[in-house]
Write a protein that binds this ligand. Structure first.
Ligand SMILES: Cc1ncc(COP(=O)(O)O)c(C=O)c1O
Length: 427
């Protein structure tokens, strides 16, 4: 594609105009922007740790206050009280992933939820023990899957099936579906990302799920990089289960609780085997303390423990911001515009010296940038940017991940990032 070269100042004017007319612009002031010596960071790493909304402190403080004033009575006094606090997150969380409220639960952490889901949905037999993942899966997913295979007495060497990426590092729907079809008889589970962490590629979750369902293979999704980034319809696509963290695009704090989706056709089925705990037991009889396990016929039935309320409060604060912003469709529209502007700045200022791995049609907020300049290490560019107050992240072996978040990043910051990159490459 030939891109007409535009003067850098013209791009800066354009960025300022885009910020001036951006209907989400005011949301930036709702976040704390990290800074050094009173100079704001150029923060493009919400794909790793999202920023803290200003209101989060109030929501957390409210629960600390209730704890101080009520002590143990906080479990059942007030609305929401702690025993039911997670319930007020179901609707906003379900909206983010295209689910019915009863299909979503906020609990544990991402890898723990993957294990819990596999305890239910990975039921290998001698002839059908394989799990399909991508060849460059996030390490924790691979660790979880391999340990599940071995826990069931199978060998990861034989039961782990990995989809290769193409020569551009991308996963092709056709390759994935071909492998599902070829191995359908021996596949017990498919576990794939919604958005690939390294490349930022958005997978065709709908088509892949359709293929899995057609071949009667259970499919789970890791949505760590997808939630709050791209629009999804997990219920309509009939995904079996999905898990995600809340500390990236969901701005809910380091190590905050995770989300989990169980399609209602499973969630209603209380006969499904699972790793159980008292918080998954029916609420009206939980405190009779009989020791029986009668699971709640929703995704709540997979809960183990009473959850950490301070973390739930931070998630609630963040989901309220998403709701006020108008939800995923509004955010995705801005993110697409920001992505297009980002690519135009890169092409105009750097030609093909810095390239995004995934093309626009299959990208979300994150651009995974490879430095293609002979003799220049991508990592040294990343470090030079870091020294100038630019927060992105470096992922081995060769990528700078930069992810403008539509809730708090401005177009002008994108322009500035590219301008600083030009400076780094010249020097
Ligand atoms: C794609 C993906 N999967 C899994 C994880 C692990 O998450 P956790 O440490 O919350 O279990 C991460 C963490 O960044 C991730 O990006």
């Amino acid at each position: 594609m030939v891109t007409a070269m535009v003067n850098s100042n013209t791009l800066l004017d354009e960025a300022r105009e885009l910020d001036r007319t951006d209907s989400l612009a005011e949301f930036r002031s709702q976040f704390h922007i990290p800074h050094v010596d009173n100079i704001e960071d150029l923060y493009l790493v919400g794909n790793s740790l999202g920023l803290v909304p200003r209101r989060t402190a109030d929501y957390v403080q409210e629960e600390l206050g209730r704890w101080a004033n009520l002590g143990v009575r906080g479990h059942f006094l007030g609305s929401p009280n702690w025993a039911s606090y997670h319930e007020c997150l179901a609707k906003p969380m379900a909206e983010l992933v295209g689910a019915v409220d009863s299909e979503v639960i906020t609990m544990n952490t991402l890898t723990v939820n993957l294990h819990l889901m596999m305890a239910t949905f990975y039921r290998p037999t001698k002839g059908r023990s394989k799990i399909l993942i991508e060849a460059h899966a996030f390490p924790s997913d691979k660790n979880a899957v391999e340990s599940q295979i071995e826990l069931h007495g199978f060998s990861a060497n034989e039961s782990l099936l990995e989809v290769p990426s193409n020569d551009r590092g991308l996963l092709e729907t056709e390759t994935i579906c071909k492998m599902i079809e070829e191995h359908a008889d021996s596949l017990a589970l498919i576990l794939l990302p919604g958005v690939q962490y390294y490349t930022g590629q958005v997978l065709d979750m709908k088509a892949i799920t359709k293929c899995a369902r057609r071949n009667q293979v259970v499919i789970g999704l890791d949505l760590a990089h997808a939630v709050g980034n791209v629009a999804m319809e997990l219920h309509d696509w009939e995904v079996d289960f999905a898990c995600w963290c809340t500390y990236k695009y969901l701005n809910s704090g380091p190590g905050s609780l995770a989300g989990c989706f169980v399609h209602e056709r499973h969630a209603r089925n209380t006969a499904l085997p699972r790793l159980a705990g008292w918080w998954g037991h029916q609420k009206d009889t939980r405190f009779q303390m009989t020791g029986d396990f009668d699971p709640i016929p929703t995704a709540e039935g997979w809960q183990l423990s009473n959850p950490p309320i301070l973390s739930l409060a931070a998630i609630r604060a963040s989901l309220d911001v998403f709701g006020e912003a108008g939800g995923m469709s509004v955010l995705v529209e801005k993110s697409k515009n920001q992505g297009a502007f980002f690519r135009r700045c890169l092409a105009n200022r750097l030609g093909d010296q810095v390239q995004a791995i995934a093309p626009p049609a299959i990208s979300g907020c994150q651009l995974s940038l490879e430095v293609k300049l002979e003799g220049i290490e991508g990592r040294s560019v990343y470090e030079a940017l870091e020294a100038k107050g630019v927060r992105t992240d470096w992922r081995e072996p060769n990528v700078i991940r930069a992810a403008p978040a539509p809730l708090y990043n401005r177009y002008e910051e994108i322009w500035k990032f590219v301008d600083l990159m030009v400076g780094c490459l010249r020097s």
